[in-house]
Design a protein around this ligand. Structure first.
Ligand code: PLP
Length: 472
């Protein structure tokens, strides 16, 4: 492909993108392909000869697109959202055009300084105290691992990197039974062993019980373990429960335990000052993560990770082989030392484009709408005779199930709801995913897609009711 063709196809692709968004509502949200259906259309060997762009695009349209599940569809209500937005997409085009490696200040001065700046903006936008420093990571999973590794290094007097942690009593980590699977994975990778992860019981609202946490910590101390870290969830993945951060923080302070906050989805709601009750007690927190790549209209990947002790983070990950030495040294930020990866994409650019294009007010307005509409939907569920809510709706995720007026056993209800959600998703007009809460099969309706408007929530309610008729 030469420069002229690049220019021509580039323009065509921008038109393709705009057409995609224009027609997205007519596409089935969830792809209807069966396993293996895509790969059997793809040749087993790479082409020896160059292929024209038109032929590649043709296959993209005919083979790849039918196998795409449309996360940017306004009828997306599954899992959590993985939003993009027009400014974010345009910035990603620039990022890939520059193809810059942002490992050190020298290799990308502007990327380095923009990241510092945009992370400062973000910290202020969500109400974090100003003793937090931010860095962009690829995912919340990575950020949580980075946090636990830093905690480990710090608790061993910065000696684990050199000597391992053989000479220490076994460390124990704490999270709730509703915490995200990435915490258990981080505990495994960091070498603590998952048998040393204490999953603390939750209350009736699925938030961590501080009394149980205290008992677990005290027991571990008595039994000769070394309580190392607590991971508190602000917005669990199942039901968006909010762990009581202030109480947890007091306990951590008392026992000198590291405190990491996983607010992967819900962190974006902190844009609204009235939601900052969720981080009451933030002054006792060591590290905090949330994902602009979920709810804040910035396409994957973009995780905002904030730390109080920047020095401990850098000391944990620092490497300086001869070929990475620069004359600026430590007078500048070299983000290669702020996490696991060496190479880094220029991810600050898309966040900068998004924040500036929406403005803080524009972002707040969208998030406020999502919260309002989700609560409106929860109200409809509550009033209806055929459905019941299975968790509170503190944010924009509604947990509910179909519950006909005739009595059914819990097992029958679980089966009925598994069939019900499949029938909803088969309509292709909306997409929901499920979880289990107290053993109950739970439908989750997330309100938060960039392109979702109020009419889409009304339509979702209509589709859910129409589908329910099949099960009455
Ligand atoms: C989505 C989610 C994660 C994982 O996010 P990644 O960025 O995909 O690693 C972690 N914790 C919670 C609470 C989540 O909702």
């Amino acid at each position: 492909m030469d420069l002229n063709e690049f220019r021509k196809h580039g323009h065509e692709l921008v038109d393709w993108m705009a057409d995609y968004f224009e027609g997205i509502e007519n596409l089935p949200v969830r792809s209807t392909v069966n396993p293996g259906e895509i790969i059997k259309q793809l040749p087993a060997d790479a082409p020896d000869e160059a292929e024209p762009f038109e032929v590649i695009m043709n296959d993209f349209n005919n083979i790849i697109m039918p196998g795409i599940t449309h996360w940017q569809h306004p009828g997306w209500h599954g899992y959590f959202t993985a939003n993009n937005s027009y400014p974010s997409i345009l910035a990603e085009m620039l990022t890939s055009t520059l193809g810059a490696q942002c490992m050190s200040w020298l290799t990308s001065p502007a990327a380095t300084e923009l990241k510092e700046n945009v992370m400062q903006w973000t910290a202020k936008m969500i109400g974090l105290p100003d003793n937090f420093t931010g860095v962009i990571q690829d995912t919340a999973s990575t950020a949580t691992l980075v946090s636990l590794l830093t905690a480990r290094e710090k608790a061993t007097g910065m000696s684990t990197n050199a000597n391992g942690f053989y000479n220490f009593r076994p460390f124990t980590i704490y999270c709730s039974t509703e915490a995200h699977s990435s915490i258990e994975r981080a505990v495994k990778i960091a070498g603590f062993g998952k048998d040393y992860l204490r999953k603390i019981e939750v209350d009736e609202f699925f938030a961590m019980r501080t009394d149980k946490l205290r008992l677990a910590i005290e027991k571990d101390i008595r039994d000769g373990f070394e309580p190392l870290a607590v991971v508190a969830a602000i917005g669990t993945t199942g039901s968006t429960a909010i762990d009581p951060l202030d109480e947890i923080g007091e306990l951590c302070k008392k026992h000198n335990i590291w405190l990491h906050v996983d607010a992967a989805w819900a962190g974006t709601a902190l844009l609204l000052p009235r939601m900052r009750y969720m981080i009451k007690g933030i002054e006792n927190v060591d590290t905090f993560v949330f994902n602009p790549h979920k709810w804040m209209f910035t396409n994957f990947d973009c995780t905002a990770y904030f730390v109080k002790d920047k020095g401990a983070l850098i000391q944990t990950f620092e490497i300086l082989p001869e070929y990475l030495k620069t004359k600026e040294g430590n007078t500048v930020n070299n983000y290669r030392d702020w996490g696991i990866q060496l190479g880094r994409r220029f991810r600050a650019l898309k966040l900068w484009f998004v924040i500036r294009t929406f403005g803080v007010k524009g972002l707040q307005e969208k998030i406020q709408n999502h919260l309002t509409w989700a609560n409106e939907f929860a109200g409809w569920i509550e009033k209806s005779k055929n459905f019941e809510l299975l968790a509170p709706t503190p944010l924009a995720t509604v947990c509910f199930r179909l519950k006909p007026e005739t009595w059914l056993s819990e097992e029958a209800l679980n089966q009925l709801n598994a069939q019900f959600i499949e029938a909803i998703n088969l309509t292709g007009k909306i997409f929901l995913s499920h979880t289990k809460l107290n053993g109950k099969f739970t439908l989750r309706l997330v309100v938060g897609q960039t392109n979702t408007e109020h009419r889409h929530i009304e339509k979702a309610w209509q589709i859910i009711n129409d589908t329910a008729l099949m099960f009455a």
